[in-house]
Design a protein around this ligand. Sequence first.
Ligand code: 4AD
Ligand code: MG
Length: 431
Amino acid sequence: MQHILIKDIATYLGQEICLKGWVRNIRQSGKLVFIILRDGSGEMQTIAFKPDLGEEAFETAKRLSLESSVIITGVPKQHPKQEGVYELDIKSVQPVQIAEEYPISKKEHGPDFLLSNRHLWIRSPKQWAVLRIRHTVYYAICEYLNDNDFFRFDSPILTPNACEGTTTLFELDYFDEGKAYLSQSGQLYLETGIMSLGRVYDFGPVFRAERSKTRKHLTEFWMMDAEAAYVEHEENMQIQEGLIRHVIRTVLTKCDRELTILERDKEALQAADAPFKRMTHYEAVEYLKSKGSEIDHGSDLGAQDEVMLTEGSPVPIFIERWPKEIKAFYMKRDPENPDVVLGDDLIAPEGFGEIIGGSQREDDHDLLLARMQAEKMPIEDYQWFLDLRKYGSVPHSGFGIGLERLVTWMSGIHHIRETIPFPRMIYRIYP
Ligand code: 4AD
Ligand code: MG
């Protein structure tokens, strides 16, 4: 018997086929047992009818518990009332394993309980939908980069130095070599790659020992860093915008069902696929002050500031040209104003906050060295990074996207912890 996936059911109407999956739900009504079967690709109702199945097989069907694994054969047909919905008349039921009483039920569970049962929770419809959106976002990012001449260039996770400051570093002992650190971003290594391949990106887990307990922070998350030679600040932002708009369009086309399950406002997502707004950091602070915020010109944006800035804006906003004191050492100084750097943060609409951090990089050896010395960085550890400014330095730029931040926005969910199979947070490492 041909094993097919539920997603393909419409092409097999009237033919006897086989489905392999798990019991999402089961209820009996007289001579009928209704089993909602899910198989990873989708779910559908299957119906056991006692007179057709016979006593013994009917009893087997009845005994299935929630989440039991089962192989069902039968004939799919159009649902009598709902267009585009199918159901299957069961011919045979073969339990693979009868599940014990499943701990996750329809009743409301608290987040702690669900997170402790994350290994099971991922089977629930909303989690299934978010994880599929994550998959789609991942591929959409790679697709855009591949189509725009970026080469994948994998950066190491064990590193001898910090990329984004020393306050959020995970440290470990590395044999006789002293301390090693888990990468916070592959950026510095990507800068080497462009001198060989022109345009490069990496995509992998990065680590931040964030003490913050917010709905936007994980201690392990996935970052896509992209870097391009001979690309300056303006073009850098154009690439970011093109990429994000490609992701939005792909999610809207490929994940319609998932967005429906999540009750995502699709129109809001659609509206974000239009030219992005831009503000300098200076303008952003002026605007925030006019709205009553107590922020000053030397400060980073807080979560509340990000919400306030994007209120009423259907599209993301680039905040560019930041005071150099609050941005990383590698950002290039604005030739028109040495107090600011050519960095950009992209803030998502609907209160989802920063999704990208990027900048043009300092390509002048002496300026970079001076900045590193001023920050008292251990120059020996970064010699290789400084070398890039000695052997054919070029203007270049790049950016990093937090995958989970982007998936949170696409999915329209409240907390970032649901966007990664096994979230790592300050108070959670299990399972
Ligand atoms: O803004 P960040 O720190 O930038 C960098 O690391 C650069 N080196 C990237 C580059 O230029 N190649 O981080 C980039 C993005 C943020 O905009 C945010 O989306 C995400 O990574 N991010 C986090 N996501 C989840 N949890 C955290 N703790 C995050 N910290 C940053
Ligand atoms: Mg940032």
